[in-house]
Design a binder for this molecule. Structure first.
Ligand code: MLT
Length: 278
């Protein structure tokens, strides 16, 4: 079910389904909740909560001011949905940055973290400059510049990946979503992404189970980002998904979901065992 939830100062569209351990999934830039459509199967066992973050999809503005603000929105959403128990917070790329900020700012609300195709480090000056150039181009020409700049880099490029029969449908859906994103959201989000802090030290203090996932062919946040993150968290679970690019949950939902299901069962099982520590 997709419905709107009024939070202080913003109204978010959110897809909710299932019951059990709450699993909040936060989308990448500049997408919306539909990138997680392949994860709907997980609602047979878990309580899925999949919002359009502020300014994206069918959520209302104002556009994002910072990644921290998106993290606070996520927690306000859990409050509004009466999610009292700590939730599993999953995010891909920008959603992964937001998930890290939820863990740092609201540690008592987090049961476990799933970080997919993301990084812990801040932007380099070069990356920040590139975002500035893209934002200026969006101001002049509109969101379609982002669609043409990003789509070739979002999906795996190998012949095996290109021959996936679902590929044209996935590309068309990405194109539609990006073109429908308001230019004001895109430029504000690019500024927020560029200004986000380095989270390495904050993540060293995270005391919950962590699952790290990356597509083997991701060129935006390549497997090396995950390898560095593996050195930061204590005994993280990890998965590299072959033949996937930056959007592993969309490109190979079955592999992604199997890893998430196993991880969440482990997390839920540990919570049910009185002697189990984290
Ligand atoms: C995303 O997929 O969310 C973005 O590529 C993240 C980024 O640009 O850092």
């Amino acid at each position: 079910m997709t419905h709107h939830v009024q939070l202080p100062g913003v109204r978010l569209a959110v897809h909710t389904r299932g019951s059990g351990l709450p699993l909040l999934l936060l989308h990448a830039f500049p997408l919306d909740h539909s990138m997680w459509a392949g994860q709907d199967d997980l609602a047979d066992e878990f309580r899925l909560i999949v919002p359009d973050q502020r300014g994206f999809g069918r959520s209302d503005g104002p556009p994002p001011a910072s990644i921290a603000q998106l993290a606070d929105d996520a927690v306000a959403l859990l409050d509004a949905l009466h999610v009292a128990q700590p939730a599993v917070i999953g995010g891909l790329s920008m959603g992964g940055y937001v998930a890290q900020h939820v863990a740092a700012r609201h540690p008592d609300r987090v049961r476990a973290l799933i970080l997919a195709d993301t990084r812990l480090e801040a932007d380099t000056p070069e990356a920040r400059a590139t975002r500035g150039e893209l934002a200026a181009a969006v101001g002049r020409l509109g969101p379609e510049v982002v669609a043409s700049a990003m789509i070739p880099n979002l999906l795996a490029r190998s012949q095996h990946a290109r021959s996936n029969p679902a590929r044209p449908t996935i590309e068309a859906a990405l194109e539609r979503t990006i073109r429908a994103t308001p230019a004001a959201t895109i430029t504000a989000a690019l500024a927020a992404l560029g200004a986000r802090p380095d989270m390495v030290d904050a993540m060293r203090r995270v005391g919950v189970p962590v699952l790290l996932v990356v597509g083997a062919e991701d060129t935006i946040t390549p497997p090396a980002c995950m390898e560095r993150a593996e050195q930061v968290f204590e005994r993280p679970r990890r998965l590299v998904i072959p033949h996937c690019g930056h959007l592993a949950p969309l490109e190979d939902a079955a592999a992604f979901n199997a890893a998430v299901r196993a991880f969440l069962r482990e997390v839920a099982g540990a919570a049910d065992t009185p002697a189990a520590g984290r």
